[in-house]
Design a protein around this ligand. Sequence first.
Ligand SMILES: [Zn+2]
Length: 111
Amino acid sequence: MKDKQKVELNKKIKNEIETLKRTVEELKETIDPVAPDDAIGRLSRLDTMLNQGINKSSISQSLDRIMKLGNALIRIDEDPFFGECQECGEQIPFARLIALPESRFCVDCAE
Ligand SMILES: [Zn+2]
């Protein structure tokens, strides 16, 4: 991979991590416990709790992705084989790496 591409990918990953971190912060604000004596009523409380469940899984998905992207950042610098498919050894197309920097396989092997 060319140095220029590495720099571009590095920037893209850092942006993505920042965006994800902001999303996590916003989601965290929505999962404060719902007080039982809250005036919003039983049904809307149920509704809120359901949404909180969805948001909690979004948070863990986001955190998972942040971790994978963080690993990719390290691999760009340290792994001489970064950008090569771990299955067939082909170069992963740059467009795919930009879209999914944490991917370790080319499109063919990922399926
Ligand atoms: Zn492959």
